[in-house]
Design a protein around this ligand. Sequence first.
Ligand code: SAM
Length: 370
Amino acid sequence: MSETVWDNIYKEYLAGGPAWATLTDDMHIGFLTFIEESTFPVKFALDIGCGQGKYLKYLQEKGFKTTGLDSSESAIKMTNDLLHNQGEFIIADMYKYQYPVSTYDLIISHATLHHGKKKNVIALLDRIYDSLMINGKIFISLPNDDCKKNWAMMAEHETLDDGTCIPVTGPEKGLPHSFYSREEIDALFSRYSNLEVYIDERGRWIITGEKSKGTFMKPIRNSVKAIIINNGKVLLTKNRDDKGFFYLFPGGGQNPGEELKNTLVRECIEEVNQEVDIGELVFIREYIGENHEFSKFDYDVHQVEFYFNCKLKSEEVNPTINNGSIPDAYQVGVEWIEISKLDTIRLYPKILANKLKDNILGPCYLGDVN
Ligand SMILES: C[S@@+](CC[C@H](N)C(=O)[O-])C[C@H]1O[C@@H](n2cnc3c(N)ncnc32)[C@H](O)[C@@H]1O
């Protein structure tokens, strides 16, 4: 719906029709001030709902590499022309697009994010947060609750269950608009540091903030893993990412109220389709994501892993075990790997390759290693 409504507005404008809403506006003064007063070490910006591209043009002149996203093909065409084809252009619905994680040091969205139901806007704000790199900043506008009565286009509208309004006349007829109270804005942006929020002369919340290291960490997670050895081989899950295959010990996260040993029995059925007998606790390893290879993605992860010596219940040890009933997202299979060859594969945590090769089951506490 939003694609069509705005695409029609742009098409009419390009054909000599009226300039609706932001089409002939200058850039927001708050945006210009924010950019002037902030630092951007990487200078990679995303504009969500870039319209005809004026914000992106300004950012390119300031040395930014840019990505412009809009659901309207005409908008992207105008942006492309204005930027002489420089930068990345994405025609997509902002609520459905898969944003790359930890990528931008600036994400802006002016007069756009509210064009959907509140639950979609809330989910999108989560993705925006994930798409920012540490120290990345936002400049976002969202309409204040009062706009519902003050904006002429809302003179006649329908209201959905969740408070989202749909104008029934005018160029934005049929397009959902959601409005936000101060409490909602505070809750939605509470993860940001240096947060500044004010209402501009059109009744829009102007929100700027920064994603800071350590402002938001996921709760510490317990995970429990099985070391299953038979005939000089260890049973591992085989996984694949953009660098190729990597291997992990079977196991996973403890659920509230679940004893670690029960977690391990459940996880082994889910991942390697095998019932296990659980022996001694042999290693405890921590994984503090920001200190390791995948800090770009795992900066907010802190996991404590408990490794138990285990044996398969089944006497018959099938060397070509398939995936379990609920394999991990990256899991592509299960393999018995020769312990003597563990240093030839990508195994996490790496430290266990040498421990197993040397047959050293200690010290138990390994610390924060990968
Ligand atoms: C009011 S205009 C603002 C344009 C620009 N940000 C500006 O301030 O000049 C809203 C923009 O959001 C885009 N838009 C609306 N809904 C969208 C959606 N679901 N996904 C992507 N873009 C959308 C429209 O095509 C339009 O370009």
